[in-house]
Design a protein around this ligand. Structure first.
Ligand code: ATP
Length: 255
């Protein structure tokens, strides 16, 4: 297994305050990984730390054989794309224009799109079922449509690594499944390494290659079936409220 991202004894937080520590995992190239855990446990903080947006309190993050801190911001931009939950300031662009921004690392200073860039944009519009919306302004879109556009822009960037913070929050169940299946396809077919945070634990169990269960204690990391065998999901939520059924891989309300 080629280790693409290797995290050792990572401690994340703000200033002197540690949010989560003892985080250890290795992710191979071309895999889909979900980071799950209860509200406020540190999923977004971890994603921001992994991407180099904020420094770790201690520990190491190695990306493709090099410490993340040793990358320049421009070499990191060619290596990774990031989709955040924060609203973007560019909603007065049309859908196709926003997706075209994903090609900016490859265009000249005028942002002139070449035929390959245009082909990639067309492909993303098709893959994310956005063809009918391509000439709409982003401010005219629903939250779920906007979420798909932002993921399409990240994919248009064609970076080997993509981080997404809660990419399915605003989507209905069918679109959630559709997006996660697409992400899985990008990982397996195009060898993209994709890491995302989510509250969709049951969908992640079915669709991801690996999961990191941030729980403030063990922070278990493995393939979903391995985590089920180890009983790791049983302690993810308070047992008096929700219990995990290992047979079906789903959660049941405690009655
Ligand atoms: N900029 C910040 N400065 C200080 N503390 C912060 C900052 N951002 C987040 N925190 C704190 O860090 C902790 C983890 O927040 P984070 O957003 O990483 O959690 P999360 O697991 O992504 O939560 P959710 O599921 O609710 O999105 C929380 O206690 C939060 O209050």
């Amino acid at each position: 297994m080629e280790k693409y991202i290797q995290v050792e004894d990572l401690n994340i937080g703000y200033g002197k305050t540690s949010i989560a520590n003892k985080i250890n995992f290795s992710i191979p190239k071309g895999s889909l990984t979900a980071i799950v855990g209860i509200n406020g446990i540190g999923k977004s903080t971890l994603l921001r730390t992994l991407s180099g947006m904020q420094p770790p309190l201690s520990g190491t993050i190695n990306l493709d054989g090099k410490q993340i801190a040793d990358y320049t911001s421009s070499s990191l931009a060619q290596k990774q794309a990031m989709v955040l939950t924060t609203p973007i300031a560019t909603k007065n662009l049309k859908v196709a224009e926003l997706i075209a921004m994903g090609r900016h690392p490859y265009t000249n200073w005028l942002g002139t799109l070449g035929s390959y860039d245009k082909e990639i944009i067309k492909q993303q519009l098709h893959i994310f079922s956005l063809e009918d919306l391509k000439d709409k302004y982003c401010f005219e879109l629903s939250d779920g449509q906007m979420q798909r556009v932002l993921i399409a822009r990240a994919m248009a960037q064609e970076t080997p690594l993509v981080y997404l913070d809660e990419p399915t929050t605003h989507l209905d169940l069918s679109h959630k499944v559709h997006i996660l299946k697409l992400l899985h396809r990008f990982a397996t077919k195009h060898q993209r390494t994709i890491v995302f945070t989510t509250h969709e634990v049951e969908l992640a169990i079915q669709l991801c290659d690996y999961m990191l269960l941030l729980d403030g204690k063990e922070n278990a990391f493995a393939a979903p079936c391995e985590l089920i065998e180890k009983g790791s999901f049983e302690t993810l939520f308070p047992k008096d409220l929700i219990q995990f059924d290992a047979r079906t891989g789903s959660f049941k309300i405690t009655k």
